[in-house]
Design a protein around this ligand. Structure first.
Ligand code: KIV
Ligand code: ZN
Length: 387
């Protein structure tokens, strides 16, 4: 694999599913996993097998149907979690166990009532035990975002020695600034023995709206895996949004980073996840929101009608959206009205447009949006006939 290829680790079915009210049943997990596999993600985190019999079953069934991606199950750093995860992954073509433990001062002190040395010992034992079941073992240092870099480097070095193949550096609380998170990855790249033999992974939460920026800072400093979810769903304010990081890398070729994602499936995948989880994205959501390619102000509409690139940095077709939309409101100009009228059969002359436009504005001031039916009415009032 090229040095600049960034692996996409999708955790919609695990971290994404932790959203209250978004629980998925096994059947739904299978349907979404099939879609993610075709989308081209490298890893599907299918669940937390020890958490419930239902989740165990889901990971087992997903393992049976996934053809290309690695299938991963989450565990805490204890033998029972790891053993159960290994059982749930037994049908996977490419199984991965994702084990780990909190490494920040507050996790060590309050969650585990432990010491830094004991945490390293538990981390190493967990990786060794997981390694007795599968070759591919990912270790997460929970709350790495708030973990002292020198200690984090010691943890990383110890788990690499124990056999970890991927090191996940989660900003669990979404606290880091992009420069800080990028510097953390750089520090690990420069100070951990054996780091070049493993993949560093970014797992960023969005509590301050920085999950995407932080993941990008991570890969710009040497990480080669991003953990993300469709629509950015996940605990609290969510995770890095898959569609955002993938399109950033595609639209910025100078970054020299790429993924295996078939971007034309992004919109339909987003819709599928919204439906199954019963959670709609906001209309202004980057890349997949309903307004992501909609233009409503006169100045922008005029530009887009002349040349799409004036106000669009992505081709909607590249993410599976059929076309940009020109929304008619009281802020729209003549160009937009003429364009939308033409789409439904009215080729307006300049004189006709001059007479219809003031009527359009009056009408538009009374409504949020002018739809095709309204245009037909306007044309009738203004006695414009279809061509
Ligand atoms: O946010 C986090 O730290 C996690 C880990 C369990 C990987 O989701
Ligand atoms: Zn997380």
């Amino acid at each position: 694999m090229s040095k600049n290829r960034v692996q996409i680790f999708d955790t919609t079915l695990r971290d994404g599913e932790q959203v209250p009210g978004c629980k998925l049943n096994t059947n739904q997990k299978i349907i979404i996993a099939e879609q993610l596999d075709t989308l081209g993600v490298d890893v599907i985190e299918a669940g937390f097998p020890v958490s419930s019999p239902g989740d165990f079953k889901s990971v087992e069934e997903v393992s049976k149907i996934v053809k290309n991606a690695t299938v991963c199950g989450l565990t805490r750093a204890n033998e029972n979690d790891i053993k159960v995860a290994a059982q749930s992954l037994k049908y996977a073509k490419r199984p991965r166990i994702h084990t780990g433990i909190g490494t920040s001062e507050s996790h060590i002190k309050y969650k585990f009532n432990s010491t830094p040395e004991q945490i390293i010992e538990r981390a190493v034992n967990a990786v060794k035990y997981a390694k007795s079941f599968v070759e591919d073992v990912e270790f997460y240092a929970e709350d790495a975002g708030r973990t002292n870099n020198e200690y984090l480097a010691r943890v990383c070095e110890a788990v690499i020695k124990a056999g970890a193949t991927v090191l996940n550096i989660p900003d669990t609380t979404g606290y880091c600034l992009p420069e800080e998170y990028g510097a953390k990855i750089k520090y690990l790249k420069e100070n951990v023995k054996g780091i070049d033999n493993v993949i560093l992974s970014c797992h960023c939460h969005n509590d301050l709206g920085l999950a995407t920026a932080n993941a990008m800072a991570g890969v710009q400093n040497g990480a080669r895996q991003i953990e993300c979810t469709i629509n950015g769903i996940g605990e609290r304010a969510g995770n890095t949004a898959l569609e955002e990081v993938v399109m950033i890398m595609k639209q910025h070729p100078n970054l020299n980073l790429d993924t295996n994602i078939n971007t034309q499936m992004l919109f339909s995948t987003s819709k599928m996840v919204q439906e199954h989880m019963g959670m709609q994205v906001q209309p202004n959501k980057a890349v997949v929101g309903d307004n992501a390619f909609a233009h409503s102000s006169g100045i922008h509409q005029d530009g887009v009608i002349k040349n799409r690139e004036t106000y669009e940095i992505m081709d909607p077709a590249d993410v599976g959206v059929t076309e940009s939309s020109i929304i008619l409101t009281a802020r729209s100009g003549r160009a937009a009205l003429a364009y939308r009228a033409k789409n439904i059969g009215y080729e307006l002359t300049k004189t006709q447009l001059d007479s219809v436009y003031p009527e359009f504005l009056k009408f538009a001031d009374t409504k949020k949006e002018i739809i095709d039916n309204d245009i037909h009415q306007l044309m009738e009032i203004s006695k414009v006939v279809n061509y």
